[in-house]
Design a protein around this ligand. Structure first.
Ligand SMILES: CC(C)(COP(=O)(O)OP(=O)(O)OC[C@H]1O[C@@H](n2cnc3c(N)ncnc32)[C@H](O)[C@@H]1OP(=O)(O)O)[C@@H](O)C(=O)NCCC(=O)NCCS
Length: 179
């Protein structure tokens, strides 16, 4: 449910001018220490620089003209089949649980479907992402990049999905440099 009172929200593609603000949102969303940036900050920088970045699917949420949410998508593969890897996604801590993240998710799912992508993959809590139609990747015969991720690695099949798309999922290269 959208709980933003009289504020107006807009979901749109990230532009170059938004990059500093959207990075700051991701840092605040994932921050676990006062002094250190979360790993998602460097990951975001590397994803924007890599060949797999999908700028058409990298979006911000604005509330009353300020960037308060952000999500980036990059090119993933199930074996040789291209698909979308979503994340990180983050919402400003003081605006979490007000529907901003859900709005970004619905918009990205619709846009990915319209672009003919077969599926979106992400790592996250099933209690949140199941509401958008994500299921454990193993249910569709797709192996997570790390076996230990189990049910936390999820996929959302889209119109162009086919049951023949099975095998090992690979994220864009910067995800491999996280270890
Ligand atoms: C996860 C996140 C993007 C969701 O955005 P949001 O705007 O807070 O979420 P929404 O308001 O659209 O949805 C709220 C619902 O999601 C649930 N939810 C939010 N974050 C959740 C999480 N990390 N795990 C499980 N459920 C979560 C809330 O309980 C709420 O459920 P309810 O409607 O049943 O009460 C945001 O909370 C965030 O930035 N979290 C910190 C960074 C993070 O964990 N990113 C995701 C990593 S996969």
């Amino acid at each position: 449910m959208l709980l933003l009172g009289s504020a107006s929200m807009m979901i749109r593609r990230e532009e170059k001018a938004d990059q500093e603000a959207s990075r700051a949102i991701q840092v605040e969303a994932f921050r676990q220490s006062e002094t250190e940036e979360p790993i998602e900050a460097n990951l975001l920088d590397s994803l924007r620089d890599c060949d797999g970045w999908i700028p058409e699917l990298s979006w911000v949420a604005e509330v009353d003209g300020a960037v308060v949410g952000h999500a980036i998508c990059t090119r993933g593969h199930v074996d040789d089949v291209p698909c979308v890897g979503l994340g990180p996604i983050g919402v400003a801590p003081d605006l979490q649980r007000k529907g901003v993240g859900s709005s970004i998710m619905h918009a990205l799912i619709g846009a990915s479907d319209a672009m003919g992508e077969p599926l979106i993959a992400l790592l996250g809590d099933p209690s949140y992402y199941s509401r958008f139609g994500f299921v454990a990747s193993a249910e569709l015969g797709i192996e997570p990049p790390e076996a230990a991720w189990g049910v936390y690695f999820q996929v959302r099949p889209l119109t162009a999905w086919s049951a023949s798309i099975t095998g090992q999922f690979r994220y864009a290269a910067p995800f491999d440099e996280l270890d």
